[in-house]
Design a protein around this ligand. Structure first.
Ligand SMILES: Cc1cc2nc3c(=O)[nH]c(=O)nc-3n(C[C@H](O)[C@H](O)[C@H](O)COP(=O)(O)O)c2cc1C
Length: 150
């Protein structure tokens, strides 16, 4: 099964988590693809069977700048991903209060518009609680893979 992993980051943590997720899924036999600079045409060429988005939150609950062009392209071009399974890993910091992991929530809204089916509740990785987000994501990734395998 082909899983496209997309990432949005300011300081690199979300990209590290996405890289680790790609290795973790590959080791379990999935065809995981992660290119931090991926744009929509390459993703469409890969023809994913599932989507995993790993994104940080910046500003006052905004998506990282490096993810906005891809987010906008997906929203504008509306690829035929209806029914595709997906999942979101959100990095944030609970000290931001109401905007905790708001970037991840924006991705969930996009999934809902596209009809991408979240197979597992969004994972929230709190930078005020952990310094090992890559490995913290592993149990969630195990559940995600189980859901994809059905
Ligand atoms: C300027 C700035 C604004 C931030 N705003 C938010 C926010 O609104 N909500 C949130 O949950 N986290 C916020 N964060 C925390 C980051 O999302 C968190 O530290 C994350 O792990 C950074 O990931 P990155 O290294 O991939 O950029 C903010 C961090 C910075 C530096």
């Amino acid at each position: 099964m082909k899983v496209a992993i997309l990432s949005g980051t300011v300081y690199g943590t979300a990209e590290d988590v996405a890289c680790h997720a790609a290795a973790f899924l590959s080791a379990a036999g999935f065809e995981a693809w992660h290119d931090p600079r991926a744009q929509l045409p390459q993703i469409l060429e890969f023809a994913p069977d599932a989507l995993l988005v790993v994104t940080a939150t910046t500003g006052m609950g905004e998506l990282p700048d490096n993810f906005i062009p891809l987010y906008s392209a997906i929203r504008d071009q509306f690829p035929a991903w209806h029914g595709l399974p997906g999942g979101v890993i959100a990095l944030g910091d609970a000290s931001y209060g109401d905007t905790f992991c708001a970037g991840g929530e924006l991705v969930r809204e996009l999934f809902a518009e596209l009809g991408v089916r979240e197979v597992q509740d969004m994972l929230r990785l709190d930078a005020s609680e952990t310094v090992t987000p890559q490995t913290d994501a592993e149990p969630w990734l195990t559940g995600f893979m189980a859901a994809l395998r059905g």
